[in-house]
Design a protein around this ligand. Structure first.
Ligand code: ATP
Ligand code: MG
Length: 202
């Protein structure tokens, strides 16, 4: 099974500067006082996986994710998160880069990967405009490419791999239709539904 080996955060929420967080293969506990940034680590993980909704990361707007101390200095600031996955437990055929069609070609070009890293950078200018950029193993890519690469590893930023405070209570109080949507998401059906909607729009 794939596991997250390491998170690297720069200027993300309460983490000014750069912090590396190692995650052990079986069980990792993060403890600390209230407000010390434990949940911000999970927000960083979702950010790095390309989650679009700032609300999902407990922020009103995406620029709020940049460390406030850095942001008040009145210049362009950049928050960045890198998520590194350990691929060693995966079948070799699943460890290449690229999409299904390119697979044979890519396998010849790239050695079998031991780890995969995805990076998202959020640049916020003095005027408050912002852009996100994405990278797979340090090479720039689009958000769609990032999502495609992650979905080959069966990792989805909205996929309930991360259970946040309040999620369980939220699921209990949902109606049956809403609960069905979760099952669709977990079973991977929702991703196809989104592609169908997208294709109809374009
Ligand atoms: P609890 O035990 O209460 O769940 P926690 O350790 O999970 O606490 P977090 O929610 O991760 O705490 O962190 C909240 C802190 O992060 C708050 O003090 C808040 O001020 C700080 N914070 C959030 N966004 C930013 C930001 N952009 N810049 C600096 N600090 C921030
Ligand atoms: Mg918390």
């Amino acid at each position: 099974m794939v596991h997250i080996k390491r998170l690297e955060l720069s200027n993300f929420k309460s983490f000014g500067g750069t912090t590396q967080i190692p995650l052990l293969p079986e069980f990792t506990v993060v403890s600390g006082p209230n407000g010390s940034g434990k949940s911000n680590i999970l927000d960083a993980l979702l950010f790095g996986l390309g989650l679009a909704s700032s609300k999902g990361m407990r922020a009103e707007r995406l620029p709020d994710l940049v460390n406030h101390t850095q942001a008040t200095r009145g210049r362009t600031v950049e928050a960045s998160v890198t998520v590194t996955f350990d691929l060693e437990g995966l079948e070799e055929g699943d460890r290449g880069l690229g999409n299904e069609e390119q697979e044979t070609e890519v396998k010849q070009e790239h050695p079998i990967l031991e780890e995969l890293s995805v990076t998202r950078k959020l640049r916020v200018t003095q005027q408050g405009t912002y852009t996100s950029t994405y990278y797979i193993n340090g090479e720039a890519c689009t958000l769609t490419e990032l999502h495609e690469q992650l979905s080959r590893l069966r990792i989805y930023p909205e996929g309930y791999n991360v259970v946040l405070q309040g999620d369980v209570t939220g699921i209990i109080s949902m109606n049956s239709r809403e609960r069905r949507e979760i099952i669709d998401e977990l079973a991977g059906v929702a991703a196809f539904d989104r592609k169908i909607t997208q294709a109809k729009e374009t």
